[in-house]
Design a protein around this ligand. Sequence first.
Ligand SMILES: C[S@@+](CC[C@H](N)C(=O)[O-])C[C@H]1O[C@@H](n2cnc3c(N)ncnc32)[C@H](O)[C@@H]1O
Length: 337
Amino acid sequence: MAESLILRADARSLPLPDESVDLVVTSPPYFGLRSYRDGGEHYTGQLGAEASPSEFVDALIECTREMVRVLKPNGSVFINLGDKYSGAQGQTQTGINGRRHVSDSAATWRQTDPRRTGIPNKSLMLMPERYRIRCVDELGLIARAVIVWAKPNSLPESVTDRVRRSHEDWVHLTKQPRYYSAIDDIREPASGYARPNGAGREPRGGQKARKMLDTVNPRGRVPGSVWEIPTQPFNAPASLGVDHYAAFPMEWPRRLITGWCPPGGTVLDPFGGTGTTALVAAMLGRRGLSVDLSADYCRLATWRANDPKERARAAGTDPTKVTVPQPDQPDLFGGAA
Ligand SMILES: C[S@@+](CC[C@H](N)C(=O)[O-])C[C@H]1O[C@@H](n2cnc3c(N)ncnc32)[C@H](O)[C@@H]1O
């Protein structure tokens, strides 16, 4: 089992050598959505708090340039980025012990004010699209795929004139056309089109008869571009005195690491938050690096990286069947963080 390392740093200037990372899996802050905290206060330097959409994309491109610097030539970057409606207000969040964090709705209004941004009121701001186009045009990255994250448990919305938002997406970026992948390890069960008796289609004029099963990989189909993964609330223990509302489900890093990081390789999350990516990476036999600018979130990620139940969940073991090791008991996971 590999280990994870939690680092407090700015994603604009990562304390890592060039070409040292095999895979980046990350979800940066969304524009104007949340106020991330350190010591209970909104902290400066965080992404998402820029005055305008273009300044936000500038900052995210600067961070992506840094991800590219530390990425090996045959590596991949997967980024999850959400959108925002023009003219939208901030969000209220309720955390541990019922404490409420209200993001500054006046500030959010300034960020999304159609008179300042030039984006028509009620329009999507198209942040993922603006970002992806600049990754290709300015950073010379190859946009290999956009994977839709379908959320079966998405929240209700009170709108009556458009569809409810029940998805986000992830972009897969590479530095060069050939790169590491182990797609066989994340194939989906083939269903619907394999004919169990091997019967072939009727050959059309001049075509050779072919058995259908000849064309079906016994390990299943290459995953499609829509992945249905429920969101998973993360509850930090109250004793840590820190909340985090934006952890992604472990299933995302689990699939991406299995499919695009070699065993024993290094996975980086430069906006690590609660350390989900690094935790899953370690449990999959990779080295996980989690970077966050908030000391509190680094403390939370360090706790998570060492918590037996969180480690069991990340390893895909039923957490209800895990015994927390006692001081005189050997560590279930051999002591590696
Ligand atoms: C959407 S959350 C990531 C959550 C993470 N995927 C998880 O599963 O816990 C974004 C994180 O980026 C951090 N962040 C914001 N600006 C940053 C910066 N300039 N450098 C490093 N981290 C930053 C925030 O503190 C926040 O924890």
